[in-house]
Design a protein around this ligand. Structure first.
Ligand code: ATP
Length: 294
């Protein structure tokens, strides 16, 4: 089994020959077995990246490898839940799961898929078209997880779930990841959700990778500092974001050495880190990817 779930080099995708680039010059590596949050503002390129990794469209330039092979070849080993959660509206819940079994001979986890559906008290005889958005999400996740994928690509999976269903399904996802070593990449706009369940972060802004790496290592690479706003006080450090209020300066920096002793310093929260990079369109990118095992 490959130690890399997704690897991109110079990856770019544009819609139409004259369209704007949805993704450009993206390079990152997601090691296998991680739970990765894909974060970024609306229109950043997250769904485009998921569709590329799921093999549903081809890159315009660059390369994307999934589970050590091309996205198209990896498809049988990948579960993908698109943002719109497309399902067949005329099928019942039970028929949808039977279709999952038919499409995935030899690897379908019927009991697991049925458990997820039963957790939402869904009537197996109910037609998909009669379900609420959140109930459809539950069926889509059951279909994706029932496939026993090595990699799960989830595009905003929790967006239309109530807090209880969200908690329940996050538990199922994390349990699956822990038990089977499944790699999960999920996009989310909710930092608290990311903080609770993800160990790896891919932050995309305007189609480019802004931050990539283990969340702990990314946090370790940054420092919150506050002190008197003397000119040049942070020279030499990489300033991601800074604000001055009166004579007080507070900033998020990537220190390149010790900061002067009269500064108050603290470890940023994940929210500090994400917001500073989302607000500062010019904040320099940082990719921290561990060396591959020999
Ligand atoms: N089918 C398409 N045709 C043309 N442009 C598209 C298409 N799909 C996406 N785009 C454009 O590509 C860019 C990236 O879109 P994408 O859906 O990947 O963003 P996203 O990060 O998933 O956004 P959101 O958080 O709103 O879901 C946007 O500028 C969007 O307008």
């Amino acid at each position: 089994m490959s130690d890399t779930a997704i690897e991109a080099a110079g990856l770019g995708r544009r819609y139409g020959r004259r369209g704007a680039w949805a993704l450009r010059d993206c390079a990152f590596r997601l090691p296998a077995g991680r739970v990765c949050a894909v974060v970024g503002p609306n229109g950043a390129g997250k769904s485009t990246l998921f569709a590329l990794a799921a093999g549903l469209m081809a890159p315009t330039e660059g390369e994307l490898r999934v589970l050590g092979t091309s996205p198209a070849d990896a498809r049988p080993r990948v579960g993908y839940v698109a943002q719109a959660k497309p399902l067949y509206p005329q099928l019942t819940v039970a028929e949808t799961l039977r279709m999952g079994a038919d499409l995935n001979p030899g690897r379908w986890d019927a009991a697991g898929a049925e458990r997820i559906v039963a957790g939402g008290d869904l009537d197996p005889g109910a037609r998909i078209r009669s379900l609420s958005g959140g109930q459809r999400t539950r069926v889509a996740l059951a279909l994706a997880l029932g496939k026993r994928p090595e990699l799960l690509l989830l595009d905003e999976p929790m967006a239309d779930l109530d807090p209880l269903a969200r908690h329940d399904l996050m538990g199922v996802l994390m349990g699956t990841a822990a038990e089977h070593g499944t790699t999960i990449a999920m996009s989310s706009h909710v930092v608290a959700e990311v903080e609770e369940s993800c160990d790896h972060l891919l932050l995309i802004g305007s189609g480019r990778v802004r931050l990539a790496g283990e969340i702990d290592e990314l946090l370790d690479a940054h420092l919150r500092v506050a002190g008197s706003a003397e000119e040049g006080a942070l020279t030499g450090h990489t300033v991601v974001e800074s604000r001055t209020t009166g004579r007080q300066l507070s900033a998020l920096i990537r220190p390149t050495g010790p900061v002067p002793g009269d500064w108050r310093t603290g470890r940023p929260t994940l929210e500090d880190l994400v917001l500073a990079h989302l607000r500062g369109a010019d904040a320099p990118a940082l990719t921290l990817t561990e060396e591959r095992a020999a």
